[in-house]
Design a protein around this ligand. Sequence first.
Ligand code: HEC
Ligand code: HEC
Ligand code: HEC
Ligand code: HEC
Ligand code: HEC
Ligand code: HEC
Length: 497
Amino acid sequence: MAHASGLADENFVPADFTHAESGVHYRIYRENGRDWLSFDRQSRDPVHGKRELLYYIGSGRRGLTYLFADDGFLFESPINWYGNKRLWDMTPAYLNAHEIPLNLPAHTNCLHCHVSGMRPPLDGTENDYEMPVLSGSGISCERCHGPGATHLRSGAIVNPSKLSPQARDAVCMQCHMEGRVSVERPGRHVYEFRPGDSLADFIRYYVTPASLRLGAVSQVEALAQSVCKKKSGDTMSCTSCHDPHSSPSREARVIYFRQKCLTCHGPDFGSKHHPEQTDCTACHMPASPSTNIAHTQVTDHRIPRLPSVEMPRLDKASASRDKVELVPFPDSREADDDVRDLALAWEQLANSGEENARARAEEMLERSASLVPDDPETLSALGYEQQRSGKIAAARKSYQRALALHPDLIDAATNLGVIEAQSGRLESAISLWSSAFARAPGRSSVGINLARAYCLAGRPDAARVSISRILEFNPDMSAARRMLEHLSRTGASCDPN
Ligand code: HEC
Ligand code: HEC
Ligand code: HEC
Ligand code: HEC
Ligand code: HEC
Ligand code: HEC
């Protein structure tokens, strides 16, 4: 975990390839001691430019990506190194993109698992960080031993093995658990968690039983299903097999893990059971060779009795064949009873493409809003559902209340802007969108809305500024370029159609 992140320079992998679908030629190269990403398309819609790469994320064993800053805002590189195939390609969700996704914000939820010493983004923004973003390379001692670890001699370090089993497991879970969806607790952020805290005070995780069955989940969820863990209970943890300070070498790994198994199963069992093959994990914890996605287990932590076939991948189709269910992980009475968190979890599930969850989400959000009327996240999500189902007056009210409680909410401001514009309140829409776009300039669609509103309000110069700002962050957005050309030609109108 010492190579989970760092300065780009410390893990430099050059790139030079053309992405067929978009016709863009990408390069990662070093020049005058600095690292660059360049993008270039000569033919249709020419575009070219470069960004200085500041940090890397991922050792490269399974994958690697870089981060760059644009006017202080931090973004992920549009291309990824795929460790298994040993090649560069687009980042996972953009393999077939026709435009360069240069505006992917580096959110805290991405950084908190990969870097140490991360500070939250500046007020009201989602990715405007004070530089430097990380205080050192990799996962530092503090992430597992608490703030006292910076002064090891003071003796104030948290030793995870001396914590309660729940708090001990939370130290690894803060980074090795994602769940199908997760919800931060009211006013809390998972990156505020410190070793010794209860993780459930900061975040709740939810899993769908379908994903559990398929095994396309994190090591934490998978291990929880193993007979070893179920029968051993709290005496078993990640450190029953892993040394958090080092991994065994390739040559040593077979004996290393065998000894871990035999700590519980006993040397006698080991001498009788399959003496022809010393590698217990070859049969009981096989690695899935095809998995190339970070964040799903490669090694089958369910520790099956019978050597299992390759783990099937969880895709949307296989998930929705089952009745949609969502359960807290770990399950607890408090989590089950928490309507606010559960409602937001259903909403996230619906927004992740699980349309079967939509009705349930709206119903639960209504209930949650009547139980906890002052929760800005609930009101923002409820507003969205109301807006989708055409309850415009109710949606406006929900958004307004959400923003009164928490003026920084970008989605609520953006969506309320749409309602305002549609009901002819252009100035109100402009004010909402310009504030949101200033704080999230990577959100090109907000910029497009804003430019259009400026045009309608007879302010073409302001429209031009907005479109230029979009293109600064998203230079390959053809809709914005067409809009700018049309505006230059007509002098007043934004809409090319
Ligand atoms: C909940 C914590 C968590 C979040 C959020 C998270 N990661 Fe990861 N990531 C991990 C862990 C743990 C691993 C390594 C083990 C694994 O794959 O299970 C990993 C692996 C990776 C790898 C491969 C690293 C290697 O060893 O080769 C890359 C690249 C990566 N993550 C990038 C990202 C990016 C980019 C984001 C944000 C969009 C992100 N991750 C969000 C925890 C997280
Ligand atoms: C990924 C989490 C993690 C990181 C990072 C980490 N440790 Fe640990 N450390 C642990 C765990 C877990 C234990 C308890 C191991 C056990 O006994 O099962 C431990 C135990 C220790 C102990 C023994 C404590 C005692 O009282 O016996 C020392 C000393 C220690 N770590 C120092 C460090 C230092 C120094 C760093 C940074 C260079 C570091 N650790 C980084 C997880 C971590
Ligand atoms: C701050 C986040 C964080 C914490 C806390 C954390 N991990 Fe990790 N872990 C990662 C990331 C990120 C990777 C991928 C490392 C990379 O890209 O090199 C990883 C990789 C691993 C690996 C794969 C082998 C390796 O060293 O790369 C193991 C095993 C592992 N972690 C176990 C643990 C255990 C056990 C704990 C709890 C004691 C723990 N981790 C706590 C983030 C974390
Ligand atoms: C912390 C103790 C512990 C560790 C470490 C451990 N196990 Fe287990 N395991 C158990 C217990 C307890 C059972 C259930 C009783 C039994 O079968 O002995 C079990 C059961 C099993 C089973 C039977 C599963 C079934 O479906 O019936 C297999 C297979 C297994 N372990 C393999 C392994 C392997 C391989 C390792 C090392 C990679 C390992 N175990 C490490 C405690 C452990
Ligand atoms: C019974 C032993 C055992 C336990 C317990 C265990 N692991 Fe593993 N883990 C392994 C083995 C074996 C590998 C494969 C290592 C290798 O091939 O070098 C592995 C690999 C990993 C990897 C690398 C990615 C992958 O899936 O191959 C990560 C990350 C990881 N474990 C995290 C965890 C975490 C977090 C926990 C606690 C929830 C945990 N492990 C508990 C045995 C175990
Ligand atoms: C060549 C493949 C293979 C290897 C290597 C292997 N096992 Fe197994 N193991 C099996 C199979 C197959 C079964 C199921 C036997 C049955 O149901 O009759 C099994 C069953 C088990 C069980 C359940 C108890 C029992 O006797 O049915 C445990 C526990 C277990 N193995 C642990 C281990 C441990 C620990 C190691 C390494 C010391 C190991 N296995 C190595 C194939 C293997």
